[in-house]
Design a protein around this ligand. Structure first.
Ligand code: FAD
Length: 469
C-alpha cells in the first residue's frame, strides 16, 4: 500500500504535543506530517495579540520547535495570509489534508470557516478538533435552548454532562517529508519588542509545554490543597499561574483534570473543586464570547451604553503606570507591567478602581490589559472587564464598589505585596500604608482621588442609567 500524501497540522494556540487532537489525527493517517505556524495577527483584528502575548508566543514557538525536532519534525514558520500560506504549502509539499484545533474568538471562527470551505473547494481533506476547553461553547444551552449568562447553572450543566475524558498521548516520533518546506526564521516574525522592556517577563516566566507540565505538577504537589485558603492572597503564591500556558494551549484543561485525579483529587469535590471551578469560569468566558461576539466592544447589559464615563488621558496614564497614590492599586499595576501578570483579586480591585473611583470606561482597562498581560485572552479578559465594569454576564453590580484600603488590609495584611512592587514604600509601616497616611514616602504621590467622594460620584452616575433602564 502506498503512503498517503503529507498532512499539514496548522498550529495556532495549541502549542503542545500531548493531548493534541489535530496532530494525533494527522499522525493516524500514516503519511508524513508537517507542523506549521502562520503568523497572521491582522486576521485577529481588532484584537491582534498585544506586546506581552507576542513575547510569550516567540518563546513558546521556540520551545515547541525544539520538542518537534527531538521527534524528527521541523516546525515550519510562515507569515502573511493564513489561507494563502496554507495553499502555498499544499502546492510545495503535495499535502492532501489539513488539520487544526478549533478556537472560538469571533474574528478567528469567521476566518477559519472561510478557510475550511476554500480548502475543501480545492479538493483537500480538512479536519478540525476540540482541544482547548472542557466543553465547546455550543455544547451547553439552557432549558430554553439559549446561551447561559450566569455561571452557576452553566457550571452545574457542565458538571452534569461530565468534565473528564482521556487525554491523548504525545507522539514518540513524527514522520517528516523527504524535504521539509522552507520556513521563516523565528526572528523575522518580529515578536520580541524592539525596545527590550521584557526582562521582567523573562525573569518571571518560561514559556513552553515542558514548563507548563512542571508548573502543574508543582501546583498539585504544593498548591492545590491550600488553594481555597490562599487563592485570594496576592502576597502568597497561592494560585497555579497556569493562565498563559492555558491560553497558548501548552497544556489542556483535560490534562489538568487527569493529573489531579492521578494525584488522588476528585475534580468536582474536596480541595481541588474550587480550582477546577476556575477552569469552569474559563469555559464560561468562551461560552459568553462565542454567543455574544459583540462583547469585547459593547456591554452585554445594554443599559451601560448610556453610562456617563469620564474621559481623562492623564488619569488613565496614572492608573496604567501605578502612580495613583493608592498603594495596593499601584502594586497591582506595577506587578502587571513588570511581570505580565496580575493576581485575580487585584485584577478585580484595579478594575473597580478604574470604573468606579476614576469612572473611566472598562474598555480602556481591557485594552491596557490586552497589551500587557502574558495571559491576555479575549474571552477571559472581556468577561473579567465587563464583570469589573458591572455590565457583563454574572457581573459585580456597579453599586458594589471595592474599597482598596480594605482590600489591602484583608488580602495583604503585612503589605508585603505592596512593598515588593512599590519599593518607595519599603520602609513604611503596614498600618500607615493601608490607612493612606499622608507623606508615606517622599517620592510617592498623594492619592489622586478621594475614595469616598469618588465612590459617591460613581453611584450618582449609576443612578442616571438605573432610571433609564
Ligand atoms: P488560577 O486561580 O490558578 O486558576 C486556574 C485557571 O482558571 C487560570 O489559569 C485561568 O485559565 C482560569 N481562570 C481563573 N479565573 C478565571 C476567571 N475569572 N475567568 C476566566 N478564567 C479563569 N484570565 C486570563 O486567562 N486572561 C485574561 O486576559 C484575563 N483578564 C482578566 C481581567 C479581569 C479584569 C479580571 C477580573 C480577570 C481576568 N482574568 C483573565 C481571570 C483571572 O484573573 C486569571 O485567569 C487568573 O488570575 C490567572 O491566574 P492563575 O493561572 O494563577 O489562576
Amino acid at each position: 500500500m502506498s503512503t498517503p500524501p503529507p498532512a499539514l497540522v496548522w498550529l495556532r494556540r495549541d502549542l503542545r504535543l500531548a493531548d493534541q487532537p489535530a496532530l494525533h489525527a494527522a499522525l493516524s493517517r500514516g503519511g508524513p506530517v508537517i507542523p506549521v505556524y502562520i503568523h497572521a495577527p491582522h486576521e485577529e483584528a481588532p484584537w491582534a495579540p498585544g506586546a506581552a502575548s507576542l513575547w510569550w508566543l516567540h518563546h513558546s514557538l521556540q520551545a515547541l520547535a525544539g520538542e518537534l525536532e527531538a521527534l524528527g519534525a521541523t516546525l515550519t514558520l510562515r507569515r502573511g495570509s493564513s489561507l494563502e500560506q496554507l495553499r502555498a504549502l499544499v502546492r510545495e509539499t503535495g499535502a492532501g489534508a489539513v488539520y487544526w484545533n478549533r478556537l472560538y474568538e469571533p474574528a478567528i471562527t469567521a476566518r477559519d470557516a472561510t478557510i475550511k470551505a476554500a480548502l475543501r473547494e480545492d479538493g483537500l481533506e480538512v479536519h478540525s478538533f476540540a482541544a482547548a476547553l472542557l466543553h465547546e461553547p455550543r455544547e451547553l444551552a439552557t432549558g430554553q435552548g439559549t446561551p447561559y449568562r450566569v455561571f452557576t447553572p452553566y457550571w452545574r450543566a457542565a458538571c452534569k454532562r461530565g468534565l473528564e475524558r482521556d487525554p491523548l498521548p504525545a507522539p514518540s516520533r513524527i514522520p517528516a517529508p523527504p524535504s521539509p518546506p522552507a520556513s521563516e526564521p523565528l526572528e523575522t516574525l518580529d515578536l520580541l519588542p524592539r525596545i527590550r522592556w521584557d526582562s521582567g517577563l523573562a525573569a518571571a516566566w518560561n514559556p513552553g509545554e515542558r514548563t507548563a507540565l512542571e508548573r502543574l505538577q508543582s501546583f498539585i504537589d504544593d498548591g492545590v490543597g491550600a488553594y481555597a485558603e490562599c487563592r485570594e492572597r496576592p502576597d502568597t503564591d497561592g494560585t497555579s499561574r497556569l493562565s498563559p500556558h492555558l491560553h497558548f494551549g501548552e497544556i489542556s484543561p483535560t490534562q489538568i483534570l487527569r493529573a489531579l485525579r492521578q494525584a488522588g483529587y476528585e475534580p468536582t469535590d474536596g480541595p481541588a473543586e474550587p480550582f477546577v471551578r476556575e477552569l469552569g469560569w474559563r469555559d464560561f468566558a468562551h461560552h459568553v464570547l462565542y454567543h455574544f461576539p459583540h462583547t469585547p466592544e459593547q456591554p452585554l447589559n445594554q443599559r451601560f451604553e448610556a453610562f456617563p464615563w469620564r474621559e481623562s488621558a492623564e488619569d488613565l496614564e496614572r492608573w496604567q503606570q501605578g502612580r495613583t497614590g493608592i498603594p495596593v492599586i499601584d502594586a497591582a499595576m506595577r506587578q502587571l507591567w513588570e511581570t505580565g501578570w496580575m493576581h485575580n483579586r487585584m485584577r478585580m480591585a484595579v478594575g473597580s478602581f478604574l470604573t468606579r473611583n476614576l469612572r473611566l470606561n472598562w474598555h480602556a482597562g481591557a485594552r491596557w490589559f490586552w497589551d500587557t498581560l502574558v495571559d491576555a485572552d479575549l474571552a477571559a479578559n472581556t468577561l473579567g472587564w465587563q464583570w469589573a465594569g458591572g455590565c457583563g454576564a454574572d457581573a459585580a453590580p456597579y453599586f458594589r464598589v471595592f474599597n482598596p484600603q480594605r482590600q489591602g488590609e484583608r488580602f495583604d495584611p503585612d503589605a508585603a505585596y505592596i512593598r515588593r512592587f512599590v519599593p518607595e514604600l519599603a520602609r513604611a509601616p503596614a498600618r500607615n500604608i493601608h490607612q493612606l497616611r499622608p507623606g508615606l514616602a517622599a517620592d510617592y504621590p498623594a492619592p489622586m482621588v478621594d475614595l469616598k467622594q469618588s465612590r459617591k460620584a460613581a453611584l450618582d452616575a449609576f443612578a442616571t442609567i438605573k432610571q433609564s433602564g
